[in-house]
Structures are given as structure tokens and as C-alpha cells.
Write a protein that binds this ligand. Sequence first.
Ligand code: B12
Ligand code: SF4
Ligand code: SF4
Length: 236
Amino acid sequence: MVPAALKDRIILKSLELGADDAGVCRAAELLNGPTHGKFPLPEGIEKHHSVLVLALNHSPDEPELDYFIKRDGAPYGNSEGNRRLMDISGRIGQWMKNQGIESRDLHYYVERGGVFLKGAAVLAGLGAIGVNNLLIHPGYGARIRFRAHLVDAPLAPSEPLDFAPCRDCDRPCLAACPEDAFDKNGYVPDRCQDRMDRDLEQGVAVPADNKRPAGREARYCRACEMACSYRGSKEE
Ligand code: B12
Ligand code: SF4
Ligand code: SF4
């Protein structure tokens, strides 16, 4: 195991580069966990690798961070928040390269070689999964997004938190869902997915520019996120 001091320097640098929080988990632990255990190992991720999880607060005061633009014909879209995370990921990669450490940004989508970001965030000590199926961060609550960066070194992992934000809560997140996407077994992804599909179809038209075709901007539903009554220590 590489000494903890290196992990601490990487986390500190991530914060300097604009992340609101960051943590490290071991790829082996993630890949044996409850989600990746069921899926094939994403190509290129090996058990000795570490995963740096970068977090960015998505405050209700900056809703545009979450607006998602999908251009016609493009396989994926993107949001300003995710672009910022990608930028931090690129710059932390450059910084590690200068220190002689190999690393790379991981794709957002698992089918393109990414990891399940909420599970990674739990293992990296960034929070706990709430009743609303979202990662609740002690400082920013549910209003936070993630990106993962793969590090070719067995860094000392962050400590998972002893944190139970939903204990004693009367669960306004569940009542807030306009699609009834929570039943007795928890989150029902298909109902939520239908809503996301409609949000994109009914999104604002974005005109073509010199480089890119026209597209749509979706303002995806965040009702279960915004209704979460847990107030983080860093929220206004
Ligand atoms: C596909 C996807 C969706 C699908 C739903 C897929 C699904 N089955 O859940 C749709 C399009 C419907 C969707 C909706 C939303 N999504 Co989404 N989505 C994703 C994506 C790309 C993959 C998630 C996935 O496939 N999950 C499959 C299930 C099986 O796994 P899971 O979600 O990781 O959940 C498991 C773990 O939490 C695990 N678990 C529980 N405890 C523990 C503990 C440990 C230690 C471990 C390892 C695992 C673990 O159990 C859960 C169930 O199996 C991720 C990005 C990513 N690469 O992870 C974003 C992501 C999960 N989405 C996100 C968000 C914000 C949303 C929305 C609010 C929409 C929006 N405005 O962006 C809603 C919220 C719905 C909700 N309440 O969960 C954020 C969540 C941030 C947060 N604070 O948690 C993510 C992480 C993206 C990001 N930018 O950071 N999403
Ligand atoms: S994002 Fe909207 S539709 Fe999906 S579970 Fe949350 S409240 Fe329901
Ligand atoms: S509203 Fe309450 S139960 Fe729902 S996720 Fe937030 S803290 Fe948990």
C-alpha cells in the first residue's frame, strides 16, 4: 500500500482544483461490491487500482449546473456540472502525471467503462445512500454530483462514514416524486426513466452553432433530491 500521505495530497489538490469534496476507494472493493458484483469488470480496471471520486455541489442556487444538452445524433449529452467535473478530472490527471503517477478519467456511463458513482462515493467516505436512492453528503446533502478518476496505484482508501441521515426522518423525498417512483421495495427506475425521457422530449430546443448540430436542453426532474430535508453543514 502506498502511504496515506499521497492520498491526502491528491485529495487536497482535487479541492484546490475546484472539487467540493473528494475521496479514494480501492477498485477491488468496489468491483466486489453490491452493484459491480453483478456486472462484468469494466475493461482496464484492475484490482490494484484506486478510484478517486470527485464531488461537486449542485446547489439549488445554480440549477443550470444540471441542465443537460443533448445534440442531435450525439450518443451522449452533457451538463455544465459534469463538464466542470471532467475539467477537474483532467487537471488532477495532469498533476499526477507530473508526480510520475499514471491515471485516467473514467467515463460517466458504466457501459463505457465507468463505475457506479454512488457506490464508489460511499466507499470513498463521501456519504451514505438515502431513502431517495441518492448519495447524501454530510456537507451538501443530496445536492451533489460525482465523477471518478482511476489511479494506477494502491492508495490508502478513505474511511467510509458512520452517517445515517434518514434515521428519524418523515421522508418528504418519497411524497415529492411526481411519478410515484418509490414503492414498498424502494426506487422503481423504470418510472423515473420514463420521466427523464419526457423531460428530454419536452426540453428547450437548442439551435445549431458553427461546430455542432441542434439539440435539446433537458431540465431533468430533481424533486426527490430537492425535497430531501437533510440540510448539510455546508449548505446555506
Ligand atoms: C442510469 C442512471 C440513472 C437512471 C436510473 C438507473 C437506476 N437503475 O438507478 C435514471 C436515468 C432514471 C436516473 C435518474 C436520476 N439520476 Co442518475 N444516474 C445513472 C447513472 C448513469 C448510472 C446508475 C445506475 O445504472 N445504477 C444502477 C443501480 C443498480 O446502481 P446504483 O444507482 O449505483 O445504486 C446502487 C448503489 O447505491 C448500491 N449501494 C447501496 N449502498 C451501497 C453501499 C456500497 C458500499 C456500495 C458499493 C453500493 C451500495 O445499491 C444501489 C442499488 O443497487 C449514474 C452515474 C454513474 N455512473 O453511476 C447517475 C447518477 C446515479 N444519477 C444521479 C442523479 C442526480 C439522478 C437524478 C436526480 C436525475 C438528475 N437530475 O440528474 C435522478 C434520481 C433518481 C433517484 N432517486 O435515484 C447522480 C446521483 C447523485 C447523488 N447525489 O446520488 C449520479 C451519480 C450521476 C452524477 N452526476 O453524479 N439515473
Ligand atoms: S428524479 Fe423525479 S421522477 Fe425520478 S425518482 Fe426522483 S422525483 Fe421521482
Ligand atoms: S428526505 Fe429524509 S428520508 Fe428522504 S433522503 Fe432526505 S433524509 Fe433521507
